[in-house]
Design a protein around this ligand. Structure first.
Ligand code: GLU
Length: 291
């Protein structure tokens, strides 16, 4: 079965004319210096791949305030696992890391930014779900997170699981699955634009918890050492996808091929280890869903 799948992938790549191999470029770190090398491939004319390759640049939407996945560095360029996934896709289009335009996307503007062409793709802790599939398409998943709770260090409110937040104030972000999911547990919800904006209300006792994906919370906890802890009781499944224009099936297949290849050749694991892996264990890559 594995072999069969592999065969199919190889022939799909060969048909698309993108069966190229390059040597790995050192340590896939969090900065552009050791980004994957751009590759030369030929794409079907009229495809998004051909257009981006000719253009020599790509605009990628990501988070700017989420340590481990997408965090803006001192030079303005973001770093993290999402950013590495973006660089990997760009490199397979022949686009070097310094020709990527990074655009901050917050949770609620991801679909509109894809729909109106502000970005070519979104790699931003973006859960694949049916509602979003009505307006955008997704490649992936390339990681599966789970929604959890962030509380003050020492857990002064004694929250043991999500069931304990009933009626209590929690902070999350509008336009996220985190908001939709937590509504089932409490109606006392403060919403803002970014998860980092939820930290002050948690510090000053306005809320008892911040809720979103465990890996986002782990990043915020590691950035503010000694202040917060993640409950580590995930209560949802959040498969992260790469958002692109709805029904651009050729582009979606291309990105899925790039992801699958990276699961096999070690590029995905290397990207993880250089970023989120500094704090979190290296997981198994998920299975791509070619819906
Ligand atoms: N993965 C969830 C979502 O896509 C929560 C994280 C986020 O808002 O980026 O809505």
């Amino acid at each position: 079965m594995r072999l069969k799948k592999r065969g199919l992938l190889v022939s799909a790549l060969a048909v698309a004319g993108i069966l190229t191999f390059t040597a790995c470029s050192g340590d896939a770190g969090g900065n552009a210096g050791d980004a994957p090398k751009p590759e030369t491939s030929s794409f079907p004319s009229g495809s998004t791949m051909a257009k981006l390759q000719k253009q020599g640049s790509i605009t990628i939407g990501t988070k700017f305030d989420q340590p481990l996945f997408g965090l803006q560095g001192p030079d303005g360029t973001p770093v993290g696992f999402d950013v590495e996934m973006g660089k990997l896709i760009a490199s397979k289009l022949g686009i070097p890391a310094d020709k990527i335009e990074w655009k901050e996307t917050v949770s609620k503007n991801r679909e509109p930014f894809i729909e109106n062409g502000t970005v070519d793709i979104v790699v931003a802790t973006y859960t694949i779900n049916d509602e979003r599939k009505q307006v955008v398409s997704f490649a992936g998943p390339y990681y599966t997170a789970g929604q959890d709770l962030l509380v003050l260090k020492g857990n002064p409110d004694g929250i043991k699981s999500v069931d304990d937040v009933k009626g209590k104030p929690v902070c999350t972000v509008s336009g996220s699955t985190s908001l939709e999911n937590i509504k089932q547990y409490t109606d006392n919800i403060i919403t803002t634009d970014t998860y980092s904006n939820c930290l002050e209300p948690l510090r000053n006792g306005k809320v008892v918890a911040v809720t979103t994906d465990n890996v986002i919370l782990a990043g915020l906890a590691s950035q503010n050492e000694g202040e917060f802890e993640v409950l580590d009781k995930p209560f949802t499944s959040e498969p992260y996808g790469i958002g692109l224009k709805k029904d651009d099936d050729q582009f979606r297949t291309f990105i899925n091929d790039v992801l699958e290849e990276s699961y096999k050749d070690g590029a995905w694991a290397k990207a993880w280890e250089a970023t989120a892996g500094k704090v979190l264990k290296t997981p198994e890559p998920p299975t791509v869903d070619r819906y």
